[in-house]
Design a protein. Structure first.
Length: 418
């Protein structure tokens, strides 16, 4: 049978909201008194699920709630979910930065974690000294580090500065060196939290390549938290989808990504009662439909379509909308915005309509992010995946090819034969 690298049982983590130190003594005494009498912790029952969008009903929240999973040696596991789903808390517990409130974690082997990149780097010490120190923190012997030293420096591209104190490094160099140390030292398990958001495109590619080698050829276990679905799909053979501190799905990466993007519900092309109430604007509804029909009609490719945003503008600042579209693999393919002059200046209730010609989208599922920008520079509101929609094939006459074409956009351009 395959060897287990990580086994997590009934893991929960509870945090107390608000200020530490107000009334905690009485809480501690209550807890102590309950323990003395052999009763259970009086604060363990309360605590809401960690839904950041609502004000919490109690002083305690469960950042993680009853998590169970097993990861086999050599698996590359992508951990995905929206902000606040508990991904980073889980990694902190796995890499022993934080203790769980309940439950147990069994880990076979050494863990190198890249959570806060460059933890344990001392600014006054040189790159060389930091490599040795960081290696020692990760449990490596001096000879192991020595053997890998040149490779680490080469990967990080910081060779010229290796004997310079790291406080003089640019943030990019700092991160590259930290990644190089963690990825090259021979831990059995590598935990990476969205470190690829830093560094330039070339270095990101290098990181992904290295993580790929680590999991595929060296057979090490990799846990990777990311919002980049394309990276998760190319790197991971397993996905864990988290939602409000609980595991929503565990299994095949494709399915996990699909479920994340459809956000656990069927595609929603119209949303009302959004309760987006900001000081400048309330957004009341947003939807995507064919221009001739209502929202509940399927959308064939050969119909003109439109996006409608109903909003109440409360200031006289200029406001415009930016829309970003992505396909079901999470790759963005288009960003477009309202023309500042047309949408902005009237206060009160308005409906903004963006018209899209027929044959613009290809058949498939699409997701849209909404940004409300005020004064041409600051975001008054952002929501990723605010609506999603499906484009169907047009009603074909028999005899036409019914397969699905590649790509997100299906232009219908004019052709002339001369």
């Amino acid at each position: 049978p395959p060897m287990l690298a990580i086994k997590v049982e009934n893991l929960s983590k509870q945090y107390r909201l608000g200020q530490i130190g107000t009334g905690t003594l009485s809480h501690d005494l209550n807890r102590f008194w309950a323990q003395l009498r052999g009763k259970e912790d009086p604060y363990a029952q309360i605590g809401a699920a960690n839904d950041r969008s609502q004000k919490a009903a109690s002083d305690y929240v469960w950042a993680l709630k009853d998590i169970n999973f097993e990861i086999e040696q050599g698996d590359a596991v992508g951990i995905i979910g929206r902000n606040g789903a508990g991904k980073s808390t889980l990694l902190k517990i796995l890499s022993r930065t934080t203790l769980p409130t309940t439950g147990s974690v069994k880990v076979k082997g050494r863990i190198a974690s890249l959570l806060e990149v460059g933890t344990g780097f001392h600014p006054e010490m040189t790159g060389r000294e930091n490599i040795y120190q960081n290696g020692a923190l990760l449990g490596m012997t001096r000879s192991e580090i020595k053997r890998k030293f040149d490779e680490i420096v080469d990967f990080s591209g910081c060779e010229a500065y290796i004997d310079t104190p790291v406080k003089r490094y640019s943030s990019g160099m700092y991160v590259r060196l930290a990644f190089a140390v963690a990825a090259h030292l021979e831990s059995e398990i590598l935990i990476v939290d969205e470190v690829l958001a830093v560094g330039d495109a070339e270095f990101q590619k290098k990181c992904l390549g290295k993580m790929n080698d680590v999991s595929k050829s060296e057979g090490r276990t990799v846990l990777f938290v990311s919002h980049n679905m394309a990276a998760v799909k190319s790197l991971c053979n397993k996905g864990i989808l988290m939602q409000n501190g609980e595991i929503h799905y565990i299994g095949d990466t494709e399915n996990a990504v699909q479920k994340y993007l459809t956000a656990g519900n069927s595609l929603v092309n119209y949303r009302t009662n959004l309760n987006v109430i900001k000081e400048d604007i309330d957004i009341e509804s947003i939807g995507f439909k064919t221009s001739k029909h209502d929202f509940d009609t399927p959308i064939p490719r050969n119909h003109d379509t439109e996006i409608l945003i109903e909003y109440n503008k409360k200031t006289n600042e200029t406001i415009h909308f930016t829309l970003k579209f992505k396909g079901e693999d999470g790759v963005y393919f288009m960003t477009t915005g309202s023309d500042i002059e047309t949408v902005t200046n009237t206060q009160g209730k308005n409906t903004a309509v963006m018209k899209i010609p027929s044959f613009f989208f290809n058949v498939g599922n699409f997701y849209m992010d909404l940004f409300v920008i005020k004064n041409r520079k600051e975001a008054a509101y952002i929501e990723n995946d605010i609506i999603s929609f499906t484009i169907n094939p047009e009603e074909n006459t028999l005899g036409n090819w019914m397969g699905r074409e590649l790509g997100y956009v299906r232009g219908n351009f004019e052709w002339i034969i001369k």
